[in-house]
Design a protein around this ligand. Structure first.
Ligand code: SF4
Length: 312
């Protein structure tokens, strides 16, 4: 017998947002918030001054291709059935998507290669190992009993707060599941990582705040009780130390997201917005100090642009 689709799942599926009015509104994503708090000067150069230097690398290409493949698998499990999902040629889908994503980035990179065939092959093989593991252990991570999939890449689009109506928070949730018996939403963020997250990464407030922010805005957007929203990082590892010793391709990290953490995430956003925008949503001449460090600068596209950043 066909199950009746729950109200919240229907609502999420049918929600469509009007396009952002860029003449009067500004859109901010969590990656902007994170960039601002890592190095305000980098954010200013990128968004306020418009130096949109492209971040192109094999890790991003790999991440996009793997996201798409895993999302296809999960959607088929929940919207159709496990047998059909297991019959999908995910390996071929991943290979095709990896190739297409590489090609898109190659064009954006002015037709300059940014990886070698050996490296691409290695990433492809790592992806295949991850897919095999997810298929083999599916039951341990994804149960169908009472669960629905509301969708993948579910958009969020709402003003950051009442005082800044023209600054719109936008985000895309990788996977949203709904557990009908307990009226619980689960927001899953898929992360690709070389060897997984260590203690320090798991304790990183800026990383964890991404999902905490999504939880808060999801609750606001769908008027869904915040205490009934679970969040989870689903981290897939390209390399494992030794499977014989229990190292797995998947690591689950559930950040604390109670009242204290929610307030902390609000403050991070507030600090960014009040510094960088006026009430009409226009960029402000706020305070944009440089935060040079070996770590921050090595991942920054302005690292070798001394004309834009002297790192002092
Ligand atoms: S090079 Fe370093 S200091 Fe300069 S913008 Fe980038 S992260 Fe900030």
């Amino acid at each position: 017998m066909k199950r009746k689709i729950p109200k919240i799942v229907k609502e999420i599926k049918k929600t469509v947002f009007p396009p952002i009015e860029y003449t009067t509104q500004k859109s901010i994503s969590y990656s902007q918030i994170s960039m601002f708090h890592t190095c305000p000067h980098r954010w200013k150069l990128t968004y306020k001054d418009g130096h949109k230097l492209r971040d192109i690398n094999i890790h991003l290409v790999f991440g996009t291709a793997l996201h798409e493949t895993l999302q296809l698998y999960l959607t088929t499990i929940y919207e159709e059935n496990i047998v059909k999902a297991d019959k999908l040629d995910l390996e071929e889908h991943f290979k095709k998507t990896l190739r297409e994503e590489y090609q898109k980035s190659f064009i954006k990179n002015k037709k300059q290669h940014f990886s070698s065939s050996i490296e691409l092959r290695e990433f492809y093989e790592d992806g295949i190992e991850i897919i095999k593991f997810v298929k083999k252990k599916r039951g341990e991570y994804f149960s169908k009993r009472g669960w629905w999939i509301a969708g993948c890449e579910i958009p969020l689009q709402l003003p950051v707060n009442n005082a800044y109506n023209n600054v719109i928070f936008t985000g895309y949730l990788d996977v949203v599941l709904y557990h009908e018996p307990t009226n619980t939403i689960k927001i899953i963020d898929i992360k690709t990582s070389t060897r997984g997250w260590n203690k320090k990464t798991k304790a990183d407030d800026l990383k964890n705040t991404q999902l905490i922010t999504y939880k808060r805005y999801f609750s606001e957007q769908y008027n869904f009780p915040i205490d009934n929203i679970e969040i989870e990082f689903f981290i897939v590892k390209r390399k494992i130390y030794d499977s014989e010793w229990g190292d797995r391709r998947i690591q689950i990290h559930v950040p604390a997201s109670g009242k204290v953490k929610i307030n902390k995430s609000k403050n991070l956003i507030e600090e960014f917005v009040t510094n960088s925008f006026d009430k009409k949503g226009k960029y402000k001449d706020g305070d944009y100090p440089k935060r040079p460090s070996q770590y921050n600068c090595s991942f920054c596209p302005f690292n070798d642009r001394s004309d834009l950043c002297d790192k002092k």
